[in-house]
Design a protein around this ligand. Sequence first.
Ligand code: C2E
Ligand code: CA
Ligand code: CA
Length: 346
Amino acid sequence: GDEFAAVLPIADGIDDTLPLVKRLLSAMATPFVVEQNSLHIGISIGIAIYPDDGARREDLMRHADVAMYHAKQNQRGFAFYDNTLDKNSLALLTLEAELLKALTEETLQVYFQPKIAVATGAICGAEALLRWRHPTRGWIPPDEFIPIAEDTGLIEPLTYWVLDRSLALCRDWLREGRLNNVAVNLSARCLHDEALPLQVRRLLDKHAVPAERLTLEVTENVIMNDAKRAHNILLQLDAMGISISVDDFGTGHSSLAYLKRLPVDELKIDKSFVLEVMNNPNDAAIVRATVELGHNLGLRVVAEGVETEAIFNYLKQLNCDVSQGYFHGRPMPPEQFSEILLPVQV
Ligand code: C2E
Ligand code: CA
Ligand code: CA
């Protein structure tokens, strides 16, 4: 994958290691030039020292891994293993193993949150959001376990699991005309997976759901950071008829020129701008400008984090297309979501 190990047969642990680590970091700080593109690569180095941090190979490797988790967080790019910090990190590594188990044991659940057409007030779609009820730790929020899944390669099976479950749960609602569209989140790694379009096709076929009924939400940074590769996969998804939504819009660094060329259908304004839109003039300016930008590019604009009626009315004034947030409904289990959809027509 993207992990490498270096063995340093040197005499004196920390003192001798540090200069080498710094050289590695500075070597990687130089951009790589590939076909005239200059690419920046960030690395995180975790260090475990024999024999203090472990006498066995497995212990050294595991502790280096723990240190690497810290390196990712400490902004310095490297970290030495420290057994006082270990408790937390070991919990993270255990979480990884447990997540794998959860995938097979169905302690994971898909919740749905309504997306509302601003013009009519009707439910026009649903966003599938993952929930994990851990047998002993209780609810673990996706912001905590999705990054772990991304770091460990579990994210691919996890994403296909969510897609499979979401389509299975929505297929009847879609067929009965009670729901128009279901949106599923794609994480960064998935856009590196050349098999993604085929897998999505397979799942749509499995549940007999037309591609037009599916939206895939991809965060802005993911699309922009690895534009070329992502572009290719997005084109294939778009050609199938799937809608592509740029999630967390405004938090990344989009090139507007690039945005114009991407096969996207929807901009989703990040909730950090929407939550305070009534009190913060800067946020209001961003929301207003984004709605206009989206419309000028021919895109549908969605605001998430709509918690109050006042915000909803404001969005109406701006002609924002779709509204999503606690004001309309929190993410809820499928049984409950079914109740807020129109009854089946007889
Ligand atoms: P996101 O895609 O930006 O999802 C929207 C988040 O905002 C959800 O948090 C939702 O519960 C929350 N939210 C919705 N309305 C409101 C509101 O009015 N006020 C506030 N304060 N929050 C609101 P959640 O469910 O905790 O998910 C967090 C993130 O985890 C998601 O952000 C998404 O990036 C990720 N995630 C969730 N499910 C999946 C999944 O199945 N696959 C992937 N790859 N990521 C997922
Ligand atoms: Ca989303
Ligand atoms: Ca968001």
